[in-house]
Design a protein around this ligand. Sequence first.
Ligand code: HSE
Length: 319
Amino acid sequence: MHQHRTFDSAVALQGWFSAWGPASIANLGPGFDTLGLCVTGYADKVAVRLKEEPGIVITDIENAAVPLSRNAEENTASVAAKVVLDAVKFTGGLEMIITKGIPAGSGMGSSAASAVAGAWAANKALGLPLSKHELVRAVLEGESIASGSYHGDNVLPALFGNLVLVSAKEPARYREISIRKGPFMALVQPEVQILTKEARAILPKQVPLWDAVQNASELAFMLDAFQHGDWDMVGRCIMKDKLVEPVRATLLPCYHEIKEAALAEKALGCAISGSGPAMFALATDEIHAYRVLAAMTQPNRAGIRVTGKVVQVNTTGAE
Ligand code: HSE
């Protein structure tokens, strides 16, 4: 991010500016903290208005299924927006209204979507002084407030759209992978909350070498399959995670039932989205995706309500 850019406050101290941060599916099976896909269907919206006094004030959070902090130091949208204000040396502050379209703790990149929308709305209010590439640090900072770590596999796809490959160790190192014609997917949300922080805390600190090797190999095949539009292979690969999903499945009582229902309906593959509880399945076409969705959302033995949508790859990202 270019620290030397400044902002002429006289130009834009007026009106509200809003931005959407879309949902994303992180991990995609073997790509833990490394791969994320931006999707249609769900998004958070952030509206901001610049003010002369410094500081960010969150005046409202609409449509939040669970209480979210209005403290500007604790919300991903305001933390990301603050980095943007500081980057352009804006001496004033802003008012912010967040509208949640993605439930927190759903596994669809809710905190990331808010961070992206917050950063992009602030950037818009300032007259777009920064490019999306220059917002990467801001969105990573925002996301880290919610998840307790700097993983970029939700924020970067939500920012850029498409599929994004990101370094797990240095999340500011990434590659956008453009998908021309993405698959239809059923994306479902079991009505239980799994916080990313908790879903990360239960993961083992060490794993068997052979499992790590298998994950690396499946991830490589999956990337190749994405680039060639080989959705059969993508579907097979998303089910090959040996390291993370088997552990996290224990947090979701209806996991096996939802997966079996999707596969019985001939989904190409099914896996947990991000840290869960959301799950997604790949379909061959739109009609098939609706059949898979119906199977995944039917009543389960655990009595957990499951809702969902048919989604596709979002190629735009924040807008
Ligand atoms: N890669 C992150 C995780 C994504 O699985 O913890 C969180 O949605």
